[in-house]
Design a binder for this molecule. Structure first.
Ligand code: M6R
Length: 610
């Protein structure tokens, strides 16, 4: 996630801006930059790809700058390059902006501004903000910033400097966090308190739909409709370490709780329930006819990404009537796969750097197949080599155990299945609209599931001393059983196996006794009754059942030792919600067992070797 900081003071602010950026590094970023207005000679802008520390060399250039803004970028639109790094300037050099969030209608605005002769230099969605403000100013708007903001759609935390009004810092908030710090005769604005905590603990939190104008004399806040707003200051009692984790004890828990927002970011500008469509811009180079005639579709990835691919198989088969195969990348690369002209390979990878997934992608391309990526890290090797693909926009995932990356990968595959289902003429407009509407509601359902963390912790207490566990699911929830088992293995060091529920009687049932906990995904769908029968079979052998069931399903509760209820959603989208309790169960079991959750033993976040 991007981080932003702005400072206005009676002293040079360069060092404070860079120190603020360093305190935002934990959020993850790929490039950074700052801009100051230097007495008498306008903006000084410096940017670099890579570490914030590289900006230190430019500190002397900021001398004389008593107002400035700075940014750590986590790329969403356009790869991590110096040009795409923030701050962005308007063509006329009057306005400089830094942005945290996504401007959903940037393409429309950019096209419009280009018609007026505006020349864009970056590939970002953010640059449109600087250019739009300058355009409004040229058109004589009394308040060009407000006029421009009214035309933006999406999420934004913005800090804006105006060379013609060099004693004012403007902060705008819509959907991205922003606060103002009150110092001794100086003021700060930041996306996150960590950036300013070394200077002040007195802050006000700006609300969505508000603009704050900050000068050395103080600040004024008003709504986008220009109505004044007054906020009472609050005091921050947290230390930097706990802010980094958002107040959570571990990044993994923070990232679990962030999933509703990660999904909203993933859907932004793509999911259009009103039109009944999905538009994934990054796959436009795959010609419609190619998708209509697609022979073989192979999905590949490793670990959690491979599980997301398995859910994708169900989605694409059901909604787009495509015949899909899902292969471990490490296996695919050394086989002699039947992949060639007319076929498509989808490589899924959070990091975009996993060696086996990259090798599988290269192998498929060598054999003449088309390739596309589903990646989180913009500009990563897999994303660049695939050329075609979809970014999941989950934001940086720091915990080794993949959580928000998984749900955004599955959501991306769901969007892909809807888009291709329509394109291939196998999904009706009505059904596509209904699904898009349901998908849009999933973040709320996930938030509800996250709200059960305490209940799940109590269940984890009862099983934390176990050495083994079975996870069962059927249909589209079989991969969720695999994912739940993987989470428990990797962070709680408990041996766990995921199985299709009906396979139990072909072997694993022999393991069941009073010591074996069995986690069963038993939410409502056409085979829920068969799952209930499986639960009876486990109970008959004294196994302990932890069931994930649909709210109100008392029959499951009566037959399970513990039940975790999740909201009712269309069964085809249920993996997105059902995985949440399993992530939390593994998390709490690991916490109770005292495991090192964010960096489990022997594991790396990104496996760049074979
Ligand atoms: O970065 P990738 O998505 O390519 O990583 C793939 C796997 O290494 C990863 O999903 C791994 O299985 C996670 N630790 C699971 O939580």
């Amino acid at each position: 996630m991007c981080g932003i900081i702005g400072v206005i003071a009676r002293r040079d602010v360069g060092a404070t801006l860079l120190e603020g950026l360093k305190n935002l590094e934990y959020r993850g970023y790929d490039s950074a930059g700052f801009a100051v207005i230097r007495d008498g000679d306008g903006f000084v802008v410096r940017k670099e790809v890579g570490r914030v520390g590289q900006l230190d060399q430019y500190l002397p250039d900021a001398a004389g700058g008593k107002i400035g803004i700075a940014h750590t970028r986590w790329a969403t639109h356009g790869p991590p390059t110096q040009i795409n790094a923030h701050p962005h300037l308007s063509n006329d050099g009057r306005f400089a902006i830094v942005h945290n969030g996504i401007i959903e209608n940037y393409a429309v605005l950019r096209e419009l501004l280009e018609k007026y002769g505006v020349r864009f230099v970056s590939q970002t969605d953010s640059e449109v903000v600087a250019q739009l403000i300058a355009h409004e100013a040229r058109n004589g708007a009394a308040d060009p910033i407000r006029e421009a903001v009214l035309r933006l759609e999406g999420t934004f935390g913005l800090l804006i400097l105006d060379r013609e009004n060099p004693n004012r810092l403007v902060a705008v908030r819509q959907g991205s966090p922003l606060l103002i710090g009150i110092g001794e005769g100086e003021y700060y604005a930041a996306s996150d308190a960590a950036a300013i905590l070394a200077h002040t603990r007195q802050v006000i939190y700006i609300d969505d739909g508000e603009i704050a104008e900050i000068t050395l004399d103080g600040f004024q806040t008003h709504t986008f409709a220009n109505e004044p707003v007054v906020h009472a200051p609050s005091r921050i009692d947290w230390e930097i370490e706990s802010i980094e984790k958002g107040g959570y004890p571990h990044f993994m828990l923070k990232e679990i709780m962030e999933q509703p927002q990660a999904l909203r970011n993933c859907f932004a500008g793509r999911l259009r329930p009103v039109e009944g469509t999905v538009r994934l811009g990054g796959i436009a180079p795959l010609e419609d006819d190619f998708i209509r005639r697609l022979g073989r579709l192979v999905i590949t990835g490793c670990g959690t990404a491979w599980h997301a691919g398995l859910v994708g198989e169900y989605l694409l088969e059901e909604l787009a009537r495509l015949s899909v195969e899902v292969e471990y990348a490490s296996e695919l690369r050394y086989r002699n796969p039947i992949l060639g002209y007319g076929d498509l390979l989808i490589a899924i990878s959070q990091s975009g750097e996993t060696a086996d997934t990259l090798a599988a992608l290269r192998e498929a391309r060598l054999r003449g197949a088309r390739v596309m990526g589903i990646c989180n890290v913009v500009g990563s090797t897999i994303a660049r080599e695939a050329g075609i693909g979809v970014y999941t926009h989950a934001g940086p995932e720091i915990g080794v155990a993949s959580t928000k990356a998984f749900v955004t990968q599955v959501a991306t595959l769901a969007m892909l299945a809807i888009q291709w289902g329509r394109l291939r003429g196998v999904l009706s407009h009505v059904d596509a609209t209904r699904l898009a509407e349901s998908l849009e509601q999933i973040p709320n359902h996930i938030a509800h599931a996250c709200g059960q963390s305490d209940t799940i912790r109590a269940i984890a207490e009862a099983y934390a001393d176990t050495s083994n566990a079975l996870y069962l699911g059927r249909g589209i929830n079989f991969p969720i059983a695999l994912e739940g088992a993987l989470k428990l293995k990797e962070i709680a060091y408990i041996h766990a196996e995921g199985y299709p529920a009906a396979e139990m009687k072909h072997g694993p049932i022999a393991l069941i006794d009073e010591r074996m906990p069995v986690v069963v995904i038993a939410t409502e769908d056409k085979i829920r009754d068969k799952i209930l029968s499986n639960i009876h079979e486990i109970r008959a052998r004294k196994g302990r059942v932890v069931a994930v069931a649909t709210e109100g399903d008392t029959a499951i509760a009566e037959n399970a030792s513990h039940v975790i209820y999740v909201p009712r959603v269309p069964p085809i989208l249920s993996p997105l919600v059902n995985v949440i309790p399993l992530q939390l169960l593994a998390y709490h079991a690991a916490a109770i067992r005292g495991c090192e959750i964010d960096k489990p033993r022997n594991l790396a976040k990104s496996v760049t070797v074979e």
